[in-house]
Design a protein around this ligand. Structure first.
Ligand code: CP3
Length: 339
């Protein structure tokens, strides 16, 4: 698999490419399945439909890897929390965790109840071409607990940060519990057939440096080391968004570092390029223009030269991007990087 080879810095005929959030609303074919499912969580919980949308970007856009269609928030959902996706607002938990007593509500063995995810993986792996990779994923414990504590998306993170600075032990207890679940969840995804795993730390950039390393990166490293210890042949991709200023202190046992669009690729290469393969990092809004896409693909290739690089966006693709432009991006990467 070209994607897996690239994760291990083995030679490939061209630089592989996929896009975060590639299975989603910019695809009319996704919207059709989504409509049939009724709501988003029903779609996540239906392996037949989830497998179908997982495969769409491979068939329609030509990416080198599929990413499992699911959501990071199925973990807190299966820990017993009440999750709803509300129109215009996104995810909402009606019963956020704020106290030590609230912690007791969380149920163990969430990984045992996430069977619909493993069923989706098995279906996709059966149907996906042998040379295409299937990427499994999880949210990082820090990003997950921001939703579990705040109860919804936030601009200020004031509720979770207040707990960090006033009751750090409570926050660490919650992080510990989520971390144990995440380890077992990724392990089960691997046993079901994923070929790589990515840890999304979408809200990494909300924390100041020492607090980030204590409350997020330490747990991500622990998860990565656990997976690498048991499954050395499975690439682990870390994607902490918004910490371009902290790269000097990044370390740990993993294979690929996902570079967000706010971090210059040349800087990431200088700081991390010898130790880790780099994934990224086109600004997703460049996809609105073929010219802007071309400029970026060429400049990223000039920096990386196909050495230790996986092409991707620097964050998720947006719902109003023309499908044609997404195809153009993927074809162009293959063309420009072909050896
Ligand atoms: O990348 C993929 O194609 C795989 C599927 C995937 C989804 N969510 C599908 C989804 C993945 C990897 C995620 C991860 C996820 N979910 C993250 C981290 C990734 C990132 O972008 O940093 C986060 C923070 C979430 C939580 C979440 N889920 C939010 C905030 C929302 C609302 C977003 C919005 O724009 O409405 C979701 C819903 C969601 N997850 C959608 C999709 C395709 C849209 C749901 C719909 O069809 O209405």
């Amino acid at each position: 698999m070209i994607f897996v080879d690239a994760c291990f810095r083995k030679p490939t005929p061209y630089t592989p490419v996929w896009m975060m959030r590639q299975a989603g609303r910019y695809l009319p074919e996704y919207m059709a399945v989504r409509q049939k499912a009724g709501d988003f969580l029903t779609l996540c919980k239906n392996p037949e439909m989830a497998a179908k949308v997982t495969l769409q970007p491979v068939d329609i856009i030509g990416v080198d890897a599929a990413i499992l269609f699911s959501d990071i928030l199925v973990i807190p959902l299966e820990m017993g929390m009440d999750l709803k996706f509300e129109k215009g607002e996104g995810p909402v938990f009606s019963d956020p965790i704020r106290t030590t007593d609230d912690l007791k509500r969380l149920q163990p063995d969430a990984h045992e109840r996430l069977t619909y995810v493993y069923d989706t993986i098995r279906l996709v792996r059966e149907r996906l071409a042998n040379d295409k990779a299937l990427i499994g994923f999880t949210g990082a414990p820090w990003t997950l607990i921001t939703y579990m504590i705040e109860g919804r998306g936030t601009k200020t993170y004031n509720i979770v940060k207040k707990l960090i600075y006033t009751q750090p032990d409570l926050v660490h207890a919650l992080l510990r519990e989520v971390t144990e679940t995440v380890k077992l969840y990724l392990e089960k995804q691997i046993e079901a057939g994923v070929n790589a795993v990515q840890i999304f730390d979408s809200w990494a950039g909300a924390l100041e440096k020492p607090v980030y390393f204590e409350f997020s990166w330490a747990y991500m490293k622990e998860i990565a080391a656990y997976i690498k210890g048991k499954y050395p042949h499975i690439p682990v991709i870390m994607f902490p968004k918004g910490i371009g200023a902290y790269l000097d202190d990044i370390d740990g046992e993993f294979d690929v570092f996902g570079v967000d669009w706010g971090t210059p690729m040349a800087l990431a290469k200088e700081k991390l390029g010898e130790r880790y393969v780099l994934q990224g990092n086109m600004e997703p809004c460049r996809l609105y223009s073929k010219e802007a896409t071309k400029t970026c693909v060429e400049s990223l290739h000039a920096i990386m030269r196909g050495d230790g690089h996986i092409f991707n966006l620097g964050h998720g693709i947006l719902p109003d991007v023309p499908v044609e432009n997404a195809k153009y991006f993927v074809n162009l990467v293959h063309e420009v990087t072909r050896k």
